[in-house]
Design a protein around this ligand. Structure first.
Ligand code: NAG
Ligand code: NAG
Ligand code: NAG
Length: 356
């Protein structure tokens, strides 16, 4: 190869890496600082100290919370303790989250819960809880039945599949079917960082049922939270590094087709749809650097965003709560119930505030 050609190729490589570096710092929101937005009557929920990554609220006000997520590259306040599912009744005056027990035989020592989603069978009111699990940092989806009398999660089945290598979040569609997001393409730790840096947009959404498993959407820059509209006609997918929510139309054969993309400012994490208004709520990360490189001197903040009228030409996007980490760090979920806002975090506490 001639010296000039080598020099040219080297120049092109440098320009490419330079462009990716600039893009990366934007995708991570590297230098973003936040102005606080406060809410009245906030309380930290007792007993939740090592994460409340995802929250699911049943119509009767019972809330499930996944806690204790451990992931390579993420900070943890309790690295040696297995994860757990908290339950609390949001109708009570004094909130008391308690840890749910599991039916015998389920391996709690490697339990590492991530996204959760409930499904209620209208025939007999059975409550199913779907939990993304990472035993030994692998990915499974655990399907439980919630036995309210015994207050226990009865394990029904573990779902593993080649198309579900890096599951982040799920939305339950029936007693044993769901959509799931994969947040990485690569399994390997180093390749994941290359993927993250280059912004390959190779992550996807997969439909799962015992009869059929297939990719139904792709091209996301780290697909994260997933939720369904109240009329069950649309699916919403959060793209963490693109800072967007994608609206997809759901077809009778479970295929999804893209409708629109709404741009936010934050690294969007889990999504919650208000069953009364259809508004979408998310806990986001204002600054990804502070989340991924945990520093006691420069804490990751929290940002709760509400999106109203997402199907209209002018969705209303509102920062409802913002904190610099002095109260609550690393918000990953936000859910509402009767005028209260429930804020969950990747590895920190859980906050409950008035918002109306
Ligand atoms: C944060 O993200 C938004 C939306 O993607 C972008 O416009 C903005 O430049 C980013 N801010 C910083 C400080 O990187
Ligand atoms: C599913 O249905 C949609 C809309 O009717 C159609 O466009 C698509 O080709 C179907 N996909 C499959 C895999 O059958
Ligand atoms: C974080 O916010 C609190 C209150 O909103 C403020 O008192 C504190 O100085 C801020 N800390 C940093 C590091 O900006």
């Amino acid at each position: 190869m001639g010296a000039l050609l080598k020099l040219t190729l080297f120049g092109i490589l440098l320009a490419f890496l330079g462009e990716r570096t600039v893009r990366f710092s934007q995708r991570v929101n590297f230098s973003r600082e936040v102005e606080p937005i406060e809410l009245p009557n906030c309380q930290l929920l007792k007993g939740i100290e090592a994460g409340s990554e995802d929250i699911d609220i049943l119509p009767n006000g019972l809330a499930f919370v996944s806690s204790g997520l451990k992931n390579p590259g993420l900070f943890s306040f309790s690295p040696d303790k297995p994860g757990e599912i908290f339950l609390l009744d949001l109708n009570e005056e004094n909130l008391h989250p308690h840890t749910l027990r599991f039916s015998r035989g389920f391996d709690i020592s490697t339990f590492n819960p991530h996204g959760i989603s409930s499904y209620i069978d209208e025939k007999d009111d059975t409550v199913y809880l779907f939990v993304v699990n990472h035993p030994h940092y692998k990915s499974t989806v655990e399907i439980f039945k919630y036995d309210e009398d015994e207050n226990v999660l009865v394990h029904l089945k573990t779902v593993k599949h080649d198309l579900l290598p890096n599951v982040n979040d799920i939305v339950a569609l029936g007693p044993d079917s769901f959509y799931a997001t994969n947040d990485f393409y690569f399994l390997d730790f180093t390749m994941r960082h290359v993927e993250l840096f280059l912004g390959l947009r190779w992550t996807n959404v997969v439909y799962y049922s015992p009869k059929e498993v297939r990719e139904v959407a792709s091209g996301f820059d780290i697909a994260n939270g997933i939720a369904m509209s109240t009329d069950k006609k649309y699916i919403y997918v959060a793209e963490s590094f693109g800072h967007t929510i994608t609206v997809l139309e759901k077809h009778a054969n479970w295929s999804l087709s893209p409708v629109k993309v709404v741009q936010l400012d934050t690294l969007v994490d889990n999504l919650f749809v208000d069953p009364n208004t259809g508004d979408i709520w998310t806990g986001g990360h204002p600054n990804g650097k502070k989340l991924f490189f945990y520093d006691f001197e420069d804490l990751p903040g929290s940002e709760v965003v509400r999106v109203q009228n997402i199907h209209s030409d002018n969705p209303i996007i509102t920062d409802v709560y913002v904190n610099n980490g002095s109260v609550i760090q690393g918000s990953s979920s936000a859910a509402v119930y009767k005028g209260k806002l429930f804020i969950g975090t990747v590895f920190h506490k859980a906050l409950y505030c008035d918002f109306e």
